[in-house]
Design a protein around this ligand. Structure first.
Ligand code: AMP
Ligand code: ZN
Length: 490
């Protein structure tokens, strides 16, 4: 199945067959969170999408080095005129040290990623832990003639670069068009070209996070961080670089320029971008103020939320749309997803109870192939889920005695569901391990035993009443030839 994987490459704007640079080790780099505040659900969508991609690569048997950085310094998109250091700003606001801010929000991010059952990356490098590598890379870019220093700040010379390499390839735009969309330089600007961006930013007296460099005290630009860390851990050309599509035009375009200028090599074979989570059609963002925090979502503690939603219900909601489609948040959609998730989980439990027959009632190999076809087609999780729902219908039919499953059908289906529901989609059972669930299971076993005794005494009125009373609280009893089973109606 490995050689059938295709993925959409932002750079070529086409779906390509996945052929790793080095088949022995796939390099995957995803731009991580900026930890001066909590991640919102939009950020989570991107990280959960790449978790799906990482999980599927692992499932196919690739050895993957997954690097997801932590942006814990600077985060200035442009030159020194554009905004303050956001970490220092937040540190002043919360009366903390900047590194206390970093620690607080990094821990919060890890908790959220764990709640959503994402696998930890192989390496989680921080910008502050790689200042030397960033300085070395900037020195190299200067020595190759693509950057210049003015008053302690180093700028990347976009127009000079564009004479040799196409700038703006990732968004399919020419330099002239990009220049047209930017404002003229004013007398106060120190950089030479309108599109030039800072690689290193000279510290102002009030700058809290600062490091010594050949250009004086300062801090690195945001883009150089990812170029330095990705090449350090994955090499000068690696397989997949990902992030949200809002990063294409500036952050990733500049990453390509820096790495190409430094190494004269295209840094990435496949660029992958996730689409945005929106609220009423507007992109969820820190600045728009329409961001739900995952904690608010889990408790329902937000004016736009009708109730709290479980992490796996939310993860399932994300998986039901393709990573390149927009996904609009709504209470209705989340409630439907919770039901869909519960339906899958119930089917997995039902599968455990079905007694095998001597006849096979399904086309197992076709089902398995359909699941792989969906994921091999650019990680199409909604098509995979539609297939899993078809399988769920068959499991329910077998449970109702309408079709039969052979022993190998059951074995194969268990493996299929385990592989795709747990390993690939990254879902897990939310309820089965709590002590309340265990108690309910025990109580229901006692009730079914009592009902069996009542029936043996031919007191059918009492056994029916027991069944009907349970139905009123959404517990369904089914009498089968092998005894009674119970389930909770979702
Ligand atoms: P940030 O911490 O703002 O740098 O964002 C971390 C990641 O979340 C980046 O890959 C962004 O592209 C992504 N992101 C930000 N907003 C959204 C959104 N509304 N939907 C999906 N991804 C987003
Ligand atoms: Zn990045």
């Amino acid at each position: 199945m490995q050689n059938q994987l295709t993925l959409f490459n932002t750079l070529s704007r086409t779906k390509e067959k996945f052929e790793p640079v080095n088949p022995g080790l796939v390099g995957l780099y995803v731009c991580g969170p900026t930890v001066y505040s909590d991640v919102h659900l939009g950020n989570c969508r991107t990280f959960i999408s790449f978790d799906l991609i990482y999980r599927y690569l692992l499932h196919l048997g690739f050895k993957v080095r997954y690097v997801r950085n932590i942006t814990d310094a600077g985060h200035l998109e442009g030159d020194r005129d554009e905004g303050d250091d956001k970490f220092a700003k937040k540190a002043k606001l919360e009366q903390l040290e900047p590194m206390e801010i970093v620690q607080k929000y990094t821990l919060g991010f890890h908790d959220v990623m764990q709640a959503f059952n994402t696998l930890p990356p192989s390496i989680e490098p921080t910008a502050t832990g790689h200042i030397c590598e960033q300085i070395e890379m900037i020195k190299e870019i200067i020595s190759k003639g693509y950057a210049y220093e003015i008053n302690g700040t180093v700028y990347f010379d976009v127009e000079k670069y564009n004479k040799e390499f196409p700038y703006g390839q990732l968004t399919n735009r020419k330099l002239e068009d990009l220049l047209e969309g930017t404002r003229e330089l004013s007398g106060q600007d120190e950089k030479r070209g309108r599109l030039d961006f800072a690689l290193w930013i000279g510290a102002k007296p009030e700058t809290l996070m600062r490091w010594p460099s050949p250009w004086g005290w300062g801090f690195p630009g945001w883009h150089i961080e990812c170029s330095a860390m990705s090449s350090k851990y994955l090499g000068n050309t690696f397989d997949i670089h990902g992030g949200g599509m809002d990063l294409q035009a500036t952050h990733h375009t500049n990453e390509i320029a820096q790495s190409q200028a430094c190494n004269h090599k295209s840094p990435v074979k496949y660029w992958m971008h996730t689409n945005m989570l929106t609220v009423n059609g507007v992109r969820m963002s820190k600045t728009a103020g329409n961001g739900f925090l995952p904690g608010e979502l889990f408790t329902g503690n937000h004016p736009l939320l009708e109730k709290g939603y479980s992490p796996m219900g939310v993860r399932f909601f994300m998986m039901q749309s393709h990573y390149r489609s927009t996904l609009d948040f709504s209470n209705e959609a989340l409630q439907a997803s919770e039901k869909g998730y519960a339906r899958l989980m119930t089917a997995i439990k039902t599968l455990e109870k079905i007694k095998p027959s001597s006849n096979s009632g399904i086309f197992l190999n076709e089902r398995i192939k359909a699941c792989y076809d969906a994921m091999n087609d650019d990680f199409n999780s909604p098509v995979l889920i539609a297939e899993l729902f078809e399988i769920t219908r068959e499991i329910n039919s077998a449970n109702d005695g309408k079709i039969s499953f052979s022993e190998s059908d059951i074995k194969g289906l268990k493996k299929l569901m385990h592989n795709f529901v747990f390993d690939v989609l990254g879902l897990k059972s939310e309820s089965s391990n709590t002590s309340k669930d265990k108690a309910l299971q025990g109580v229901m076993e006692i009730i079914l035993e009592i009902r069996k005794e009542i029936k043996t005494k031919k007191d059918f009125a009492s056994s029916d009443k027991l069944r009907d009373d349970l139905k009123k609280i959404n517990i369904t009893i089914k009498d089968t030839k092998d005894g009674a089973t119970w389930s909770i109606e979702e």
